[in-house]
Design a protein around this ligand. Structure first.
Ligand code: T6T
Length: 362
């Protein structure tokens, strides 16, 4: 897309320049023979087209990689879902970068975290012809072919947060180290539980790269460092807090030894904590992933003891930066990892934690 636009622009400029030179020559010398000379030059023009096909033509000679800000690139961010403060914060970071690099940023998302809802959004975005798409795919396999269609249409793809089974179609992927995040959650919960009792994971939906990795990291972390904690399993909330709360009530009834819950994303963690509050249990610890405003409130209330906080602003910022690099002939970094902080009631307002808590608007 950018190449077509740049070529057209270069060609228009070239034609305009020739016209201006011809007009200037005609005006200046007042020699009646001169128009003939000009005509001769024009008549000779077609010969220029008889150059060997592999010679660079004037159009190609003037094509240079664009510089950031040189051209108003159009970039669309497609989050996993709308109304999720993790993605709102990512959008804030992306907007900051868009302003800095002088590109247009549009955001288009679906109200449910599901490929069925996200694919039509992606298809509409492809049809609108942006230069680049930043996307958090909602399923490792279902988004593979639709994103290949974007690449085939000449659109640069950057994966932000989640990834694909085969991410090689993207120029870059920027995400937390979710396996590590899961093991950090296991250690935080293991400490709180004093290394004893049973633990549950409330996850989102199988097939999401990030949350699958967190579940795996948590299980590995328990096995490696907390051998006396019994893992009672992983249940799926479908990204619905109410479903997460129901799961917690049901497992509490069935597992009297349950003392720890890991909520693997914002809505699962928030719902799991709500379930604990509804059951009136103060002997069960909750460690959640993410740090939306409701989660922070639960941390302050003492229903949640720790949050593994990602850096979505940085993911969004770097996503735009990588897209701009791809569009301007720069060198991309294929895999970029962003960090975590662990928030507790004791450090929530500290300077090294507070700036990472998620935003509900920019
Ligand atoms: O945890 C984030 C994100 O990293 C994950 O891929 C999906 O869920 C969140 O958006 C939080 O709701």
């Amino acid at each position: 897309m950018k190449h077509t636009r740049r070529r057209t622009r270069t060609l228009v400029a070239l034609v305009a320049a020739i016209a201006m030179i011809a007009a200037a020559c005609g005006d200046d010398n007042g020699d009646p023979d001169e128009p003939e000379a000009a005509e001769e030059e024009v008549a000779e023009e077609p010969e220029a087209e008889e150059e060997p096909a592999d010679e660079p033509d004037a159009e190609e000679e003037t094509e240079e990689p664009a510089e950031p800000g040189d051209e108003m690139f159009d970039i669309t961010l497609i989050p996993g879902v709308t109304g999720d403060e993790f993605y709102v914060s990512m959008e804030c970071g992306a907007l900051e970068a868009a302003e800095e690099f002088g590109v247009n940023l549009d955001v288009q998302g679906a109200p449910q975290f599901s490929p069925t809802d996200q694919i039509p959004v992606l298809e509409a975005v492809i049809a609108s012809g942006p230069d680049a798409i930043l996307i958090a795919p909602t399923d490792v396999d279902a988004l593979q072919a639709p994103l290949q269609a974007a690449v085939d249409a000449g659109i640069e793809v950057v994966l932000v947060d989640t990834t694909l089974s085969d991410p090689s179609l993207a120029v870059s992927q920027i995400a937390s180290d979710n396996l590590l995040g899961g093991s950090l959650a296991a250690d935080a919960l293991g400490e709180l539980m004093g290394g004893e009792g049973a633990a549950l994971v409330v996850n989102v939906t199988p097939g999401i790269s990030t949350t699958d990795a967190r579940g795996e990291g948590f299980i590995q972390g328990l096995e490696e460092n907390w051998p006396d904690i019994e893992f009672v399993g992983q249940e799926y909330s479908d990204n619905e807090p109410a479903r997460a709360a129901e799961i917690v009530s049901a497992v509490l009834a069935a597992e009297p030894e349950l003392r720890g819950i890991f909520g693997a994303n914002l809505f699962s963690a928030e719902g799991a904590a709500t379930g604990i509050r509804q059951e009136g249990r103060d002997d069960v610890f909750v460690v959640g992933f993410d740090a939306g405003p409701a989660q922070i409130e639960q941390l302050r209330e003492g229903i949640v003891q720790a949050l593994i906080v990602q850096q979505p602003l940085d993911i969004g910022y770097q996503g735009v930066e990588q897209a701009v690099l791809a569009l301007t002939g720069g060198e991309n970094t294929f895999e970029i990892g962003t960090g975590f902080v662990i928030a507790t009631i004791d450090n929530l307002d500290d300077d090294d934690v507070a700036p990472f808590l998620y935003r509900s608007d920019c």
